[in-house]
Design a protein around this ligand. Sequence first.
Ligand SMILES: C[C@H](N)C(=O)N[C@@H](Cc1c[nH]cn1)C(=O)O
Ligand SMILES: [Zn+2]
Ligand SMILES: [Zn+2]
Length: 490
Amino acid sequence: MSSSSSSELELEIFQYIDGHQSDFIKDLKEWVAVQSDSVQPDLRKEVIRMMVLAADRLAALGATVNSVNLGSHQLPNGQDLPLPPVILGELGKDPQNPTVCFYGHVDVQPAKKEDGWKTDPYTLTEINGNLYGRGATDNKGPVLAWINAVETFRALKLVVNFKFVIEGMEEAGSLGLEKLLEEENQCFFSDVDYIVISDNVWLSNKKPALTYGSRGNACFLVEVECGGKDLHSGTFGGIIHEPLTDLIALLDSLVDPTGHIQIPGIYDSVAALTEEERKLYESIEFDLEEHKKNSGVKKFLYGTKEEILLHLWRYPSLSIHGIEGAFHEPGIKTVIPSKVIGKFSIRQVPHMDLSVVKRQVRHLEGVFSRRNSPNKLKVSMPLGAKPWLADVNDPLYKAARRAIKKVFGEDPDFIRDGSTVPVARMFQTITQKSVIMFPIGAADDGEHSQNEKISRHNYIEGTKVFAAFFLEISKLHRHLHETSNMEIKN
Ligand SMILES: C[C@H](N)C(=O)N[C@@H](Cc1c[nH]cn1)C(=O)O
Ligand SMILES: [Zn+2]
Ligand SMILES: [Zn+2]
């Protein structure tokens, strides 16, 4: 930590954080132990239990906590499932202080030991300075780092008013959240000055970063059905149009081997790359070999740093995620599945429009009709999140950059992210407040993957960075207000 220019208050705070490392890790262990997987319906109870834990943690901090009931949602099979509540928390109301609203989520992606985890995904395990467990970096670790930074301040002196938005459906598309934000815009958000999201990772394993843009995501289901039951492939194979064969042809029509999306018109509205941007990309430090090593693959689709960054941040991508209804167990089963559902998503970028993308995906209907199959095709887009882009000249970025410099001793990378935090764009559009993505996880944390982790270093120094940020944003905010008051007087 570079503390040459740190104030006494900062040093006191940093010492407090260092001295409470084991408490902070114990908290994370307790949270990781909850299987708050929002994707699998049978684990919804665990997500709701997790929301109670998070609400209790905020209440213990002294925050006023409102767990807002969002009702329920319907699954594609017609089953009704309760949505977890969204927590709106509040701590401090000093009109002299800026009000910073933090967003985080405490639901996680599915994880099973058999998927190839070295350790039990729901038992936080420290190996060589890394804390392994589902949700360690996405997003329980960063949420706790923020809460623990707030706790540190509360033990001393609050320089910021805090608000919290904690949800439990981010991994399933933040269902119900947009409506709540709209309803609360004139109430809960009316006195918020700044919004901070810490739900992504740095571009590098070691160098900190601040994120000013992210892609959106349009998720699609492609359902192909023949009769009402599975069939014996000896009795019916060769005489029927098989749903899985149709589906594979449909999925194959989406993207070519170079990664180019084959849906006509999909690239039409992608914002043109400016010369300034191109230069920016050239100047970004990015270790292609490190990134390849993190992914575990042998070769990327593109060979240069600039092409890789452009295809992650500036261009859309299409990924195929799975096929429901297809036989996937080990061994052989000579069956023809009667109904299969292909799942794919398109990460979109400015200025792509979700409704246009949805229309363009009707390309699948054309491919299907050329197959002359009597089967039933249904294409739907159950989820659509928009891309987000922020202004790096906002005071939020200045304060965060100073905090990073103070704690990590170097300036952050200014990056975009290829993944999606649906709430980023919602906050921006609905509240019109400034939003920053302020990651503390590293590029090799393995979000959504086996052996997800956050390093002890990032977790603890990340807590310090958030604490340093509170001081910086409070200084900057006061300065901005004094300057604007002077301008009014003159
Ligand atoms: C970046 C964030 N931690 C995350 O993982 N977001 C998910 C959200 C999502 C998008 N479509 C469906 N869920 C992601 O980018 O996959
Ligand atoms: Zn996340
Ligand atoms: Zn995630």
